[in-house]
Design a protein around this ligand. Structure first.
Ligand code: GTP
Ligand code: MG
Length: 413
């Protein structure tokens, strides 16, 4: 059965956990023993408890970590990441969004669009989540008023997206169950689909069209006089295939390929493999191995860039503001080197949704900005829209070891 991943995002208290609880409850995805646990003394069901797993969360009634939930209907299997709404937890949303097919962004109808709505929409856009569903929630609290729904929809329609997405608007009440799994008879003015219908009928698209077959080395072992390289395959690889290694740009030939210890002549997309090379060479953790057959195509060669200087859109996640010319780590999946921001060029203004020239303000937590940086060792990158793997990275504080930021490479905007 097809697997669809989605995240829920939105302001604190917009009803994300309640909405997921409602989805699970109305699609009969919960067992009776769990149901008993969440039943309150008055017989009412506290739907948010279905998703808010941590104890301290339950006590405070907020979601802290990303809570993953699995459920399935007759049509599909789902993995849900319930992201916390608090501003301090934007990084959890980014983690969730980088793997999601669909982002559900909740908007509280009694409150309207907030800064957090825009921030989350921007992140979902930036991370290229294929489908964004705006759920205008708590419609019960505004008398199921169509005008409120239309007003919010109109405001969101002004949002200038960088990428193309399937965009939907659904008026719901997570609490009462309107238009989540079952159609509401209180909003006859709405003739679109229910949320579950949209989730079940989402047509998955290839997220980043990978440019070339490649493997990033995760680790290397030495057994019986032979060096084995391990990594996950993007695209496909064959025995006896010519490859090129980055950053060294040395050519070599794949000798043997192993999948789960068994020798094979071909490895396919997403398979974790071990392989050996014909000639002994310098190939370490974090290095890339690309198939040379793709590189005969000039347009691909132009899209992949091996360089010490890059330009990217980043989100700052640290309580400590960014310091230009300070040394940070950049983690490009399994490759780590040093980075220094050279120049902050633009900062995203959430009020008018525009990038504006940098005015020397602090780049503090949650700031979205475009900057140029240099790295100690060259990085092999591509535009995020062409390869979400090659195009994304995180920044780590050298002393605290905390994730200080995340970024994606966009060649044109
Ligand atoms: P965080 O995890 O803290 O970001 O909050 P959340 O978005 O998960 O919100 P949660 O589901 O915990 O709901 C917050 C409050 O809004 C609770 O008191 C809910 O009962 C209430 N609520 C959620 N959905 C609805 C709705 O459709 N209508 C009304 N009237 N109240 C709702
Ligand atoms: Mg919650």
């Amino acid at each position: 059965m097809q697997l669809t991943r989605f995240i829920t995002a939105g302001n604190v208290d917009d009803g994300k956990s309640t909405l997921i609880g409602r989805l699970l409850y109305d699609s009969h995805a919960i067992s009776n023993d769990i149901l008993e646990n969440i039943q309150q003394h008055n017989g009412e069901i506290k739907l948010a408890f279905l998703t808010d797993g941590l104890k301290s969360e339950r006590e405070q009634g907020i979601t802290i970590d990303v809570a993953y939930k699995y459920f399935s209907t007759e049509k599909r299997k789902f993995i849900i990441a319930d992201c916390p709404g608090h501003k301090e937890y934007t990084r959890n949303m980014i983690t969730g969004a980088s793997h999601a097919d669909i982002a559900i962004i909740l908007i509280d109808a009694t409150n309207g669009i907030t800064e957090q709505t825009k921030r989350h929409t921007f992140i979902a856009d930036l991370m290229n989540v294929p489908c964004i569903i705006f759920c205008i929630n708590k419609m019960d609290a505004v008398n199921y008023d169509e005008n409120i729904f239309l007003m919010i929809k109109e405001q969101m329609n002004d949002f200038k997206f960088i990428n193309t997405h399937q965009i939907e608007f659904v008026p719901v009440s997570a609490l009462k169950g309107d238009n989540v799994v079952n159609r509401s008879n209180k909003m006859r003015w709405y003739n679109g689909h229910t949320l579950l219908y949209l989730l079940e009928n989402f047509d998955p698209v290839q997220k980043g069209v990978e440019l070339s077959s490649f493997i990033q080395i995760q680790y290397v072992t030495f057994e019986n006089n032979e060096r084995y390289f391990y990594g996950q395959v993007y695209g496909e690889f064959y025995e006896n295939e010519e490859i090129i290694i980055y950053p060294t740009q040395q050519k070599n030939i794949i000798k043997d390929i192993f999948i789960v210890g068994k020798k094979t002549d071909k490895a396919q997309h997403t398979q974790p493999i071990a392989f050996t090379l014909q000639d002994d060479t310098d190939l370490q953790r974090g290095y890339f191995v690309l198939s040379t057959k793709n590189l005969l195509n000039e347009s691909i060669e132009n899209k992949i860039q091996l360089s010490n200087k890059h330009n990217a859109i980043c989100i700052w996640m640290d309580e400590t503001p960014l310091i230009t010319n300070k040394r940070y780590y950049i983690q490009h999946h399994s490759f780590r080197t040093y980075l220094k921001f050279e120049k902050i060029e633009e900062v995203f203004n959430l009020d008018n949704l525009q990038f504006e020239i940098y005015q020397q303000q602090n780049i503090s937590m949650n700031a979205i900005f475009r900057a140029s940086f240099v790295t100690a060792q060259p990085l092999l990158v591509a535009d995020y829209r062409q390869s979400d793997f090659l195009g994304s990275f995180i920044i780590i504080d050298e002393n605290s070891h905390k994730t200080a930021g995340a970024g994606i490479v966009l060649k044109t905007m």
